[in-house]
Ligand binder design. Structure first.
Ligand code: BG6
Length: 459
């Protein structure tokens, strides 16, 4: 039997943009996804934009019943900044206040602990117009937004996150063009990363002033970097990959400071952001109470085969090549590596190098293209997903047994959801969403998840 503590949080995660719908209704302001879709709809898979979702805004009550039916004792979603503040600051949208209050109360009334995240890639369009995270003023607007959320909802919500996967809006928005504003500008990327870490610390400071009972953390997508071999050049490549992918946010969030090696590299490439000593003090003094970890797959790296082009815009891959390890197990339906032991390695890393801080898995899941091919007698028979969960949970339980302080496991995701440029390309849900009819059908994995949560483990 693979077992978890009785108090363990079992649930799933989603985000406002990916499930709410009503993206131009009820006085919501536009965010960067609305803006980008309006400008370049062809960039989105099947040209499906953020208006096409499972319409949680209108159907949250019945969806919360489905959460219960699939065994959830907890659930993460996010607040849409541009729904609460259509312009990002200033006048508040009362309909949004009512909606979020209702959702959190309904969750609690049904025995489901709400975990609430403040920012999931969704900059208000009005603030992007003034430079988004590049602009220091936006940090102040975020701080005010965070403070408002804590003031409004602190009685219902006792688990908060400041950001989801901040490295993603840095990399995808400013290095690789998978997110708006789709720039390739390493200097801006570093400034954005720094402002985000500062914004997170400022929000934590606000929260601790308002509520002493609850907890606030950050959700990071930790990606263990494994070297091709024990050769020092390969090991160094992996060390540097970890610096950028993981430590860039993990260290300021948990330790209150940046790794000196990361700072040295940033300085060497003349990418240092504009910063102040006071900011660094804020980051030092306002660390997370707990940590959310999203884990999907590791990265495998090796020393560079060729000299990097010194004239190309800097990316972390200046220092390493990616390495396709022969025989690694792949998800045949989405093209990502499946490596369940990665979750254990993360557990050990947190235990040994981050003060054994309390943490939880905030996303883990298996995306599948064309999942309807697995329908049998009316429902999706996703045995591959159940096997994926079991393998990861087995390694997680081992990590907990060895002393890592993990308090929960949230899968990505509850109902198949819209996913940024990928839209509905990869389905991850415990529950299938029929986009044409809005019908929800619990997949085999949803039924299995209920058993898992009820028994706090599985045979
Ligand atoms: C996570 C994000 O990293 O990956 C989610 O937090 C996203 O927002 C999920 O939907 C799956 O991404 P994709 O590209 O496989 O649909």
């Amino acid at each position: 039997m693979v077992e978890f503590p009785k108090s363990f949080f079992f649930g799933s995660a989603t985000s406002a943009t990916q499930c709410e719908g009503a993206h131009t209704a009820y006085d919501k302001g536009a965010d960067i996804w609305d803006l980008w879709y309006e400008q370049e709809p062809f960039k989105f898979h099947d040209e499906i934009g953020p208006g096409t979702t499972s319409t949680f805004y209108e159907h949250y009550q019945s969806d919360i019943q489905l959460l219960k039916a699939t065994g959830h004792n907890s659930f993460r979603t996010s607040i849409s900044w541009s729904r609460l503040f259509p312009k990002g600051y200033g006048e508040i949208n009362e309909d949004a206040v009512r909606f979020y209050k209702d959702v959190f109360q309904e969750l609690k009334a049904n025995g489901i602990e709400p975990f609430v995240n403040l920012y999931h890639f969704d900059m208000p369009a009005a603030l992007q117009e003034i430079g988004g995270w590049e602009n220091r003023q936006v940090v102040a607007y975020y701080q005010a937004y965070a403070k408002t959320c804590f003031t409004l909802f602190h009685e219902e919500v006792k688990h908060w996150f400041t950001f989801n996967e901040p490295i993603v809006h840095v990399e995808c928005g400013y290095l690789s063009c998978y997110h708006y504003p789709c720039k390739v500008d390493p200097k801006a990327a570093v400034q954005v990363a720094y402002h985000t870490a500062l914004a997170s610390a400022l929000a934590i400071r606000e929260y601790h002033k308002i509520d002493k009972e609850g907890k606030i953390g950050i959700v990071l997508n930790l990606t263990p970097a494994y070297p091709r071999s024990d050769h020092p050049a390969d090991v160094k490549a992996a060390t540097i990959a970890e610096l950028f992918a993981n430590k860039s946010f993990l260290d300021p969030s948990v330790k209150g400071e940046y790794d000196p090696m990361l700072v040295e590299i940033i300085r060497k490439h003349d990418l240092m952001p504009t910063y102040t000593q006071e900011d660094l003090q804020v980051i030092k003094e306002n660390r997370v109470d707990f940590l959310g970890v999203n884990y999907y797959q590791p990265v495998r790296v090796c020393a560079k085969a060729n000299m990097p082009n010194p004239d190309a815009p800097f990316t972390p891959e200046y220092y390493f090549d990616r390495y396709e390890m022969p025989g690694r197990k792949m998800n045949p339906y989405r093209g990502w590596e499946i490596y369940p032991k990665g979750i254990y390695d993360i557990a050990m890393n947190i235990r040994d190098n981050y003060g054994n801080i309390e943490w939880m898995i905030t996303e883990n899941g298996m995306g599948v293209e064309n999942e309807e091919r697995f329908r049998k007698d009316g429902r999706i028979e996703d045995d591959y997903r159940i096997a994926f969960f079991k393998d990861h949970l087995t390694w997680l339980a081992k990590g907990i047994k060895e002393g890592s302080h993990c308090i929960g496991y949230h899968v990505w995701t509850f109902i198949d959801c819209w996913s940024w440029l990928n839209a509905y390309k990869n389905r991850y849900g415990l529950v299938e969403l029929n986009l044409a009819t809005q019908e929800r059908i619990i997949k085999k994995s949803g039924r299995w998840f209920k058993e898992l949560a009820e028994h706090h483990g599985f045979e």
